[in-house]
Ligand binder design. Structure first.
Ligand code: 6GU
Length: 237
């Protein structure tokens, strides 16, 4: 996979993509990260322009962005991180991890000239209902979520299956985990986990995941229940 990032602040990258397992993935060439500085496409020393109709702030100018974007392949997956976008998800990460090339355009200021989002086949994608200063932090999160699904990035692929959100379309939050020592500050590891009974352990983990999801994320819980019901009625057909 090839990832192209357009940003006014190339020094932000690779940032968290440069360390640990995900950093190894970059070193090993499991994907490539090309970062292009939008400042190098400045026109008469400018990258921004004031929005028509007022409203304050500045926009990344259409002409500057066009100069940066026009050499890039139409066939790539074009992503504009923005709080106006559709919600990013594990499913999106899964989908993007199968693509040949991802292009991220990182907005700053008040955003980009809307005509750029019409001319190029961008999907607007959001991290959540809050506003960041620019698209870079969001792009880093989306890239990390996608790249860790590439073959060879995470050593033990079974750990991917146990992730929260692994079981699309009806994921549960992950059960709590414990390591040695078995007793720490008068808190015991649940004894079932020490029993060696793998059937009972799996059952306990599932029950914990259900309880946590129901309490913390009723939206996910309702989806899970609906999905379980629908697969139950299918098996009766
Ligand atoms: Cl994707 N971009 C920016 N700039 N702010 C955000 C966001 C994205 N998602 C939530 N807030």
């Amino acid at each position: 996979m090839k990832i192209t990032v357009l940003t006014l602040f190339p020094e932000i990258f690779p940032g968290p993509l440069g360390v640990s397992l995900i950093g190894k993935a970059l070193q090993k060439g499991l994907y490539t990260l090309q970062v292009q500085d939008l400042k190098s496409f400045a026109i008469q020393g400018r990258v921004d322009a004031p929005p028509c109709g007022g409203g304050g702030g500045m926009l990344l100018s259409a002409e500057v962005l066009d100069a940066a974007l026009s050499p890039l392949p139409q066939s790539a997956t074009w992503i504009y991180p923005s709080p106006r976008g559709k919600a990013f998800s594990q499913e999106k990460a899964q989908e993007w991890s199968q693509k040949e090339q991802l292009i991220f355009l990182c907005g700053r200021y008040e955003g980009v000239d809307a005509r750029i989002l019409e001319k190029y086949p961008f999907s607007e994608v959001s991290l959540g209902d809050y506003v960041l200063m620019g698209g870079e932090g969001a792009a880093l999160a989306m890239i990390e979520a996608s790249v860790r699904l590439l073959p060879g990035v995470v050593g033990d692929p079974t750990s991917l299956l146990e992730d929260s959100f692994a079981e699309t379309p009806a994921p549960l939050l992950e059960h709590p985990q414990y390591a040695s020592p078995v007793c720490w500050e008068e808190r015991d590891v649940p004894s079932i986990l020490l029993s060696g009974n793998h059937g009972a352990i799996d059952q306990w983990k599932r029950k914990q995941a259900c309880a946590l999801t129901r309490r913390r994320r009723p939206d996910l819980w309702n989806r899970y229940v609906a999905h379980r019901l629908s697969t139950l009625s299918e098996s009766e057909d």
